[in-house]
Design a protein around this ligand. Sequence first.
Ligand SMILES: NC(=O)c1ccc[n+]([C@@H]2O[C@H](COP(=O)([O-])OP(=O)(O)OC[C@H]3O[C@@H](n4cnc5c(N)ncnc54)[C@H](OP(=O)(O)O)[C@@H]3O)[C@@H](O)[C@H]2O)c1
Length: 291
Amino acid sequence: MSNDKTPVSVIGLGRLGAALAAAFLADGHPTTVWNRSPEKAAPLEAKGAKVVASVTEAVAASPLVLTVVLDHAAARSLLEPAADDLSGRTLLNVSSSTPDDIRALAEWATSHGADYLDAAVMAVPQAIGTPDAQVLFSGSANAYERYGSELEILGTTRYLAADPGVAELFSMGLLSAAYGTLFGYVHGVALLDSANVKPTEFLGMAVQWLNGMLAFLPSLTREIETRDYTSGESSLEINLHALEYIEAASHDAGVDPGFVLPTLDLVRKRLEVAEPVHSVAGVFETMLGRT
Ligand SMILES: NC(=O)c1ccc[n+]([C@@H]2O[C@H](COP(=O)([O-])OP(=O)(O)OC[C@H]3O[C@@H](n4cnc5c(N)ncnc54)[C@H](OP(=O)(O)O)[C@@H]3O)[C@@H](O)[C@H]2O)c1
């Protein structure tokens, strides 16, 4: 039976690589796989993947080659022996790293004649293939034009910029926002534990509260974009008091206050140059080292 789907090679079959390879197989792509620990290829072979014994064979097998390993350094060291075979292919790197490390990997791959595209996957592997999986791309616009429609099977896809590091930068922005929320929630649970309140008693209230907080993001964004912090809804002084209370209450309850301390520090630094009534969003300037 003829197949007009692009042949794909997936190098790295950990949790994410295996999910991506399975999604390509399910969509009918001829799929070649390689993994350092070969036993992880067996379930994909059972689904129709071709298993190869070397990265060089994996690169040679397909015009679209994915690396889904620990980081850029692992991807680069795996690809080095296959560098001559990269020419004319598209390298789609899904391994996470800093934007600068991704740029260096892109430069190296491009110097060997590859089109480089980077993907940041904002999802757990189980969500791959559903709209809940946000997959962000940056790098070669030509590569995205060629393969973007086929990559839509992975989730909700977006091409962001020609700069290959930009997808990772978005990923880090989203993760930073999530970590603030998730670790802050755990700190809240720890505070309540000191009064024997069960986490489940807190959960519903926290979800309602955090959903309400999300509605606050547009006004923060407007203040940051206009750099006008004079009429914000939430002042530095009110938030300074709240953060100081949380620090003191944590000490009283025997809970590590570490989560709130960097934020308290930022607010105090901002107050050295801004009015107490100014918006808390002005810490943006402090983060960038502006006054
Ligand atoms: N899982 C997620 O939810 C998720 C979401 C977004 C992005 N990511 C990113 O996707 C990448 C892969 O994540 P994962 O969840 O699939 O991780 P994982 O399950 O821990 O798998 C790691 C993969 O990298 C390989 N690997 C690690 N170091 C290597 C090296 N030095 N040389 C060759 N292969 C090496 C492993 O090979 P072995 O099997 O031989 O150990 C395995 O295939 C990471 O950069 C991660 O940040 C993951």
